[in-house]
Design a protein around this ligand. Structure first.
Ligand code: 5AD
Length: 328
């Protein structure tokens, strides 16, 4: 679709049903009915950044910070592998405590299991990304958040839009499967820029795209801002599926957080991935990027069984492979 077509669809709710069912059909034809589960470990909530929307921003001194040891991380990995996970996602704030050597050691240990490993640890240098890849990391998540440069720099004090782009290009060059994505509903974000976001995903040939509504957090400068619209976020996701048919798209936690059936609706509108948290419940609560985050109370084992039953009820099964992007 060209930019004007994207804008037209995003601006009106008249064809939503067509859009969601078309995205569901494109999902079925290109990536099938299997859902890929990614076991998520949020291993540190310490962050040097000041992203205005995020509860982990360094200026927030009202949250309890934590950092997991290598041993702790590896025990969650082992548990997840025993539950059948074939991908582990290691996510954290931008925490310099884990220098290149520490990260590579953790990566090598995890990769002793027969699983794919995804990292989401922020902006790093080419050399660092390269070292993680050599150590065995397969994929990297780094959302662009918004392609509107002015809005990007307004939302991210001390950060440069060009560096974000540089990171994504480096990750592609090094050979990662690259995941990016955007927030929907940031203050002053336009429909025009959301259309640009989708075109950007296509331009950089993203392998995975995560899209979620913005949810205001009380300990951030955006505490008074309005919450992102679930249906608009879902439309951006559905359009992403239609325009990038073979990629992996998660039903994001933010969607489940603001709509009580958000995950299932997303899985029926283009998504094919779920990322359950596999670490301890008290850490999950402290990883408060936004309030009332879904999935912070369920035990990993019980959750997996319940999820499987729910997925079967909508005609979907859990994949047993590592869930790389389908290449034709
Ligand atoms: N609401 C919704 N999503 C958020 N993220 C960070 N803060 C918020 C918020 N307040 C998202 C960002 C980031 C991802 C890990 O979480 O898009 O890339």
């Amino acid at each position: 679709m060209n930019k004007q077509e994207l804008i037209d669809i995003l601006s009106s709710n008249a064809n939503n049903e067509w859009l969601f069912s078309r995205a569901n059909q494109v999902r079925k034809e290109n990536v099938g009915d299997e859902i890929h589960l990614r076991g998520l470990i949020e291993f540190s909530n310490i962050c040097k950044c000041q992203c205005k929307y995020c509860g982990l921003r360094s200026a927030n001194n009202q949250i309890e910070r934590y950092r997991m040891s290598k041993e702790e991380i590896l025990s969650y990995v082992k548990n997840a592998v025993n539950l059948g996970y074939r991908t582990i996602v290691l996510q954290s704030g931008e925490d310099n405590y884990y220098d290149t050597d520490k990260m590579c050691e953790i990566i090598k240990e995890i990769k002793k299991h027969d699983i794919a490993l995804t990292l989401g640890i922020g902006e790093k240098s080419y050399e660092e990304y390269n070292a993680y890849k050599d150590a065995g990391a397969d994929r990297y998540l780094l959302r662009i958040e918004t392609t509107d440069k002015n809005l990007y720099e307004e939302m991210h004090p001390n950060a440069k839009f060009e560096n974000r782009i540089r990171c994504l290009e480096d990750l592609k060059t090094i050979g990662y499967e690259v995941g990016t994505g955007c927030l929907v509903g940031l203050p002053n974000q336009t429909i025009d820029s959301l259309a640009e976001d989708i075109l950007f995903f296509k331009k950089i040939d993203a392998d995975m795209i995560g899209i979620g509504p913005f949810i205001p957090h009380a300990q951030t400068p955006l505490k008074e801002a309005s919450i992102g619209d679930f249906w608009l976020a879902l439309k951006v996701m559905a359009l992403t599926r239609i325009n990038l048919p073979t990629i992996n798209i998660p039903a994001t936690t933010a969607m489940e957080t603001i709509h009580n059936n958000g995950r299932i609706i997303a899985l029926n509108s283009g998504a094919n991935v779920v990322m359950p948290n596999v670490s301890d419940i008290d850490c999950r609560k402290k990883y408060e990027i936004y309030p009332n985050k879904a999935g912070t109370t369920e035990d990993a084992k019980i959750y997996r069984t319940e999820l499987e039953t729910k997925l079967l009820s909508i005609g979907r099964t859990i994949s047993n492979d590592k869930g790389f992007r389908k290449k034709f």
